[in-house]
Design a protein around this ligand. Sequence first.
Ligand code: DP6
Length: 311
Amino acid sequence: IAFIKYWGNRDEALRLPMNGSISMNLDGLFTRTAVTFDDALQVDELALNNQPVGGKALERVSRFLDIVRGMAGIDARASVVSMNNFPMGAGIASSASAFAALSLAAAHAAGLALTETELSRLARQGSGSASRSIPGGFVEWHAGDSDVTSFAESIASPEHFDLVDCIAIVEAQHKLVGSTEGHAVAGSSPLQAARVEDAPRRLAICREAILNRDFEKFANVVELDSNLMHAVMMTSTPALFYWQPASITVMKAISAWRQAGIPVCYTLDAGPNVHALCLADAAHEVETRLKEIPGIWQVMSARPGGPANLV
Ligand code: DP6
């Protein structure tokens, strides 16, 4: 989950962001991916959660595998078998998780021995946010200005800051407008320039709040960043509204709970589901309260997680 979001690429081909980004990996929510390069295959094959997939998703994976093939000097097609244990395309960063897993699995299957930084650079070319899902714990992605300078690294271990992400599932449906299309229109919002210009300030506050375990400071900057990103989405052409009525109900409830002394704040990615970030001691209370709100189907909780790894 991103605390300081990127949203909007400077260069669509390179997928370079306009600002850096800070996020936390989620423990227990994962993608498991197996890649096999096979000379007998005529085309790349993809199965997601036991379903064969073609079309745009396969094209995106194939384009990514071309990068790996180029790096390894091979040309065999591959079979990719992947599963997620959480809903896809619903604002829980499934493409971040998917492309981080694919990078590691494909690089390994192609015989490449890459460092964490090299893997993060590679993952970024599949999905921007995937660069952040390679290192463990709390992660900062440096925007950079090239394939080499744009990568993510860990700024604190998972144990450093005792946060829990209680994800209130408002809707598990696949969203209609994916992040990639959203990034492409972000620049059409007159608010995007102001949002990007202020990003280094928000990044610095968020980094410091995490390093000092200052929840109040963290909460304020995370909510501001989420609101700014959604303001850009709602004012781009076409306008993108990812929130559902229940999303707003939850945001308002979370603000009231914090005022009443519960250490919790919200952030939403490109989807209606609300990530309620709280200190671990408050997690049980937050989960219980979230489940009482009408329109919430399910609450999934996750702690800070480790790096992408081979299993
Ligand atoms: C809303 O990484 O999914 O999570 O690079 O086109 O694959 P592509 O986009 P993606 O965008 C994630 C956007 C976000 C905000 C964020 O995580 O910064």
